[in-house]
Design a protein around this ligand. Structure first.
Ligand code: FHN
Length: 606
């Protein structure tokens, strides 16, 4: 049997899982509310909330809702949890109001997770919250009513593939013989009728959040999609319906792409390291981290679906409530810069923060509030006015010039005054016309030159699957005939430390060391430099992006770029290691001026 994703933490970026949200059958008109919302609440609640990460007196590693799988708990034992599931403190009104207060516009709750337990009244299967618990209430009905009252879109998570309770559902091989499973039978007997219940018992549903489509054939996914459409034509389906049949793409859990992304995407994200409640998980992300993730994702055109894992009693843990309230306070003042916004016109991250946009406006989200002036390279529009979002009377001074030699527009902003918000402060730029930026990487005012893989021209036999993943990494780079090429503008010449960021974790330190990939970076233009280096792990990237998807830093050497000008950078593989079978997963090449303090890549931290 395949290893669980929970065990492997495999990035779920492949087409089968994610979907691109660009398929022909995409429900574009119905996507309007979802694009406008940008921020939603994920709720993982089920029988797994009761053991809360502990079984037979010991702490079970991994994410809380996987306890049954992790411990291989027999169905007959797991079922007994239902007899003790009495969420007497559950209050649909307060959950919905919390989502609203946080500035979230939709709520996606686990109607059935992989454990197979329906958290709604189901006449299809008695293993449901009304029939199998002494509580006997249907929380979905109560949530539906509260969502209607408060203008929040109700959406259901439904595990269509994995069902560890059902003899024919996927991935319980400790009670049921895998070789005798009839998946289609389960799909027709349980999944489809339960989806019908979800789509007819609770009024309009915003979307069905399908998940882990590992066993599904394309026809299975298409069947489910048709069923949803037939009953509620405006209901969306998530990318994890499988086979690229979603209305939008789903990135991996907690996955943060390197830069702007094409197509419609959402990142499901946890607030600590679990989805379902675990009494022992106190690894809460801080308010600034969560807030900057929201802004970061919006700046890349991605919805943020932030999770809470209520207890079996029905309480949303206090640390989650506090964080959501803090996010809500920020959204109340700055929501204009998030709701209905589009991705930054700059495809890459900027050193001081992020940008979102609406027609005629750019919203500059400062993570570090400037003391003096800030320069922005490459914005080609005339700026008509600049001011603080929180205080439109506070004008920011704007100076624009054009560097003719480099054909580069330089915008200088000053007069920021004191920081309006503690963690992220927004400046509005009113611009003439649709935003236009220099299409190539440009040296940043802090002297760094970042060359993201997704901005490179790809060289080589792309037919062999060589591509850039949605998250911004080279994928299927398994031949020396393949490579990347950039052209970038350098304003301030000098000596640079060159590093390469690529995917890899602790295992890489061992395997990659024995027989590393060997790369060559050739720099041309006003300079001619060649660096040859093994792709070793010298450092780890430490930032929110790498918390769940580790990235390694390889110091490739030093390069002198003697004059301002346009340089070319060619990255090729000289040898590809057989020890790292997934090939080379580059996210970017980074040049840091050596005069700058240290040569870390910490500017990526946020
Ligand atoms: O296996 C599930 C997991 O339990 C959780 O529900 C996440 C949320 O995105 N989805 C699956 C793993 O990707």
């Amino acid at each position: 049997m395949a290893k669980s994703i929970e065990e492997t933490r495999t990035p779920i970026t492949k087409q089968l899982m994610a979907g691109r949200g660009q398929g022909k059958r995409v429900n574009r008109a119905s996507l309007a509310w979802w694009r406008e919302a940008r921020f939603g609440m994920f709720i993982h609640w089920g029988l797994f909330s009761l053991p809360a990460g502990r079984w037979k007196g010991h702490e079970v590693p991994g994410i809380g809702e996987w306890i049954m799988h992790r411990e291989r708990i027999p169905v007959r034992d797991y079922e007994k949890l239902a007899r003790r599931f009495v969420p007497s403190r559950f209050d649909a009104e307060s959950w919905v109001l919390l989502a609203k207060e946080a500035g979230m516009r939709y709520l996606v709750i686990t109607a059935k997770h992989h454990e197979g337990f329906a958290m709604f009244k189901s006449s299809v299967d008695a293993f449901n919250i009304v029939d199998a618990t002494p509580w006997k209430r249907d929380p979905m009905a109560e949530l539906a009513a509260a969502c209607q009252r408060h203008g929040i879109r109700l959406c259901f998570y439904y595990s269509q593939d994995q069902d560890w309770h059902d003899p024919n559902g996927a991935w319980n091989d400790w009670d049921f013989d895998e070789s005798r499973k009839d998946f289609a039978e389960y799909l027709h007997r349980k999944v489809e009728p339960q989806l019908r219940e979800l789509l007819t018992q609770y009024g309009p549903i915003g979307l069905i959040w399908f998940d882990t489509p590992y066993t599904m054939t394309k026809e299975h996914s298409a069947e489910l999609r048709r069923l949803v459409r037939r009953i509620q034509p405006d209901c969306l389906v998530s990318g994890r319906i499988g086979h690229d049949l979603g209305d939008y793409g789903s990135l991996g859990d907690n996955q943060i792409p390197v830069g702007r992304i094409r197509g419609e995407y959402e990142t499901p994200a946890s607030m600590n390291d679990t989805w379902g409640f675990k009494s022992g998980d106190h690894h809460w992300k801080s308010v600034p981290t969560l807030l900057r993730l929201l802004v970061d994702l919006a700046s890349k055109g991605i919805n943020y679906l932030l999770n809470v894992g209520p207890t079996a009693k029905g309480d949303i843990p206090r640390p989650s409530v506090e964080r959501l309230r803090a996010l809500g306070a920020w959204m109340a003042a700055n929501g204009e810069a998030i709701y209905g916004s589009s991705a930054s016109p700059f495809p890459y991250e900027l050193p001081w923060g992020r940008i979102t946009q609406k027609p005629g406006r750019l919203y500059l989200h400062f993570f570090d509030w400037p003391r003096g002036e800030v320069r922005i390279h490459g914005l080609r529009n005339r700026v008509r006015a600049a001011y603080l979002l929180r205080d439109r009377g506070h004008r920011i001074t704007v100076v624009q010039r054009h560097d003719d030699a480099l054909d580069l527009s330089v915008l200088t902003l000053s007069g920021f005054g004191s920081r309006p918000d503690r963690y992220v402060s927004v400046v509005v730029l009113e611009i003439a016309g649709a935003a236009r930026v220099d299409p190539m990487p440009v040296q940043q005012p802090d002297g760094t030159v970042s060359l993201p893989a997704f901005m490179a021209t790809m060289r080589g036999p792309t037919t062999k699957g060589f591509t850039i993943s949605a998250a911004g990494f080279t994928d299927e780079w398994k031949s020396t005939a393949m490579g990347l090429r950039w052209t970038a503008k350098v304003l301030e010449p000098g000596s640079f430390a060159v590093s390469v960021l690529s995917s890899g974790d602790a295992e890489y330190r061992v395997e990659g060391k024995k027989d590393p990939h060997r790369l060559r970076l050739s720099i041309g233009g006003p300079a001619s430099v060649t660096l040859r280096f093994p792709l070793l792990m010298h450092d780890r990237l430490e930032n929110p992006r790498s918390r769940y998807f580790p990235e390694i830093v390889t110091h490739a050497g030093a390069a002198l770029l003697p004059r301002p000008g346009t340089y070319t950078f060619k990255l090729n593989a000289e040898t590809i290691s057989g020890r790292v079978p997934e090939g080379i997963g580059i996210s970017s090449v980074l040049l840091t001026p050596v005069s700058a303090k240290g040569r870390s890549v910490s500017r990526h931290s946020s």
